[in-house]
Design a binder for this molecule. Structure first.
Ligand SMILES: CC(C)(COP(=O)(O)OP(=O)(O)OC[C@H]1O[C@@H](n2cnc3c(N)ncnc32)[C@H](O)[C@@H]1OP(=O)(O)O)[C@@H](O)C(=O)NCCC(=O)NCCS
Length: 197
């Protein structure tokens, strides 16, 4: 079965936000996020996207069914937690376009969809903003974390190949309930950046 990647922005994203919420809670249950999706957290996040007129979203469809999603929005429209390290470093949020998650069901991985997600979001950021950089953040996990699956592959090589460089000192905090915890756990997520122009 072939997969088509389509891109939506602004109000056109709205019909696809429920699929994004489902895919986030499915894909992020796995390492390294171990996210026990909560409807309230999803609602806040989805409303940030819906309220940002220049937000965009790539959706991978297999036979009309969404099997992957990837989002982006101007950093200035992202949540306070994401903005905080940029403000603390005296960086201008307008110079950055923030890439949210890429979530793709495992059965569809390894056929270039993740690459297409980056290309579509970078093209969108260049089209709708003057941002100099694309940025995203990823959770940090200890090398000896006992929950790490033996066959877990870090995505660092994938991101470097897309042209992103890690800035470990630029990091935000987010808390979520994990699949293995009763309460929320606070995590450090550090940023990766790429010059767009
Ligand atoms: C990130 C994700 C969307 C990548 O999707 P994908 O469609 O499998 O990636 P692609 O097929 O486009 O990969 C393209 C290239 O990256 C390589 N690659 C993919 N995953 C990789 C990994 N974990 N480590 C190293 N290289 C990797 C592929 O081998 C391929 O290399 P090539 O260009 O030399 O052929 C997918 O792995 C995913 O949903 N992961 C779980 C959620 C997640 O962690 N998201 C990122 C944080 S939000």
């Amino acid at each position: 079965m072939s997969v088509d990647v389509s891109f939506f922005s602004g109000a056109a994203m709205r019909p696809h936000l429920p699929a994004l919420a489902v895919l986030r809670s499915q894909v992020f249950r796995d390492w390294p996020y171990l996210y026990d999706g909560a409807p309230d957290t999803e609602r806040v996040y989805l409303s940030e996207l819906a309220q940002s007129p220049r937000a965009g979203m790539a959706v991978a469809f297999a036979d009309g069914v969404a099997v992957g999603c990837s989002t982006c929005l101007p950093l200035a429209d992202a949540g306070a937690a994401v903005l905080a390290p940029f403000i603390a470093r005296g960086l201008d949020p307008a110079a950055y376009f923030y890439f949210g998650e890429s979530v793709l069901l495992p059965a569809w991985r390894g056929q270039g969809i993740g690459v297409a997600f980056f290309a579509a979001r970078e093209a969108h950021a260049r089209l709708v903003s003057d941002a100099s950089f694309a940025c995203f953040c990823a959770v940090e996990r200890a090398a000896d974390d006992k929950l790490r699956p033996a066959d877990a592959l870090p995505l660092d090589a994938f991101w470097r190949k897309r042209g992103y460089a890690h800035d470990p000192g630029l990091a935000c905090s987010m808390a979520w309930k994990q699949v293995d915890t009763a309460d929320k756990v606070t995590h450090r997520l550090s940023f990766w950046l790429k010059r767009l122009r």
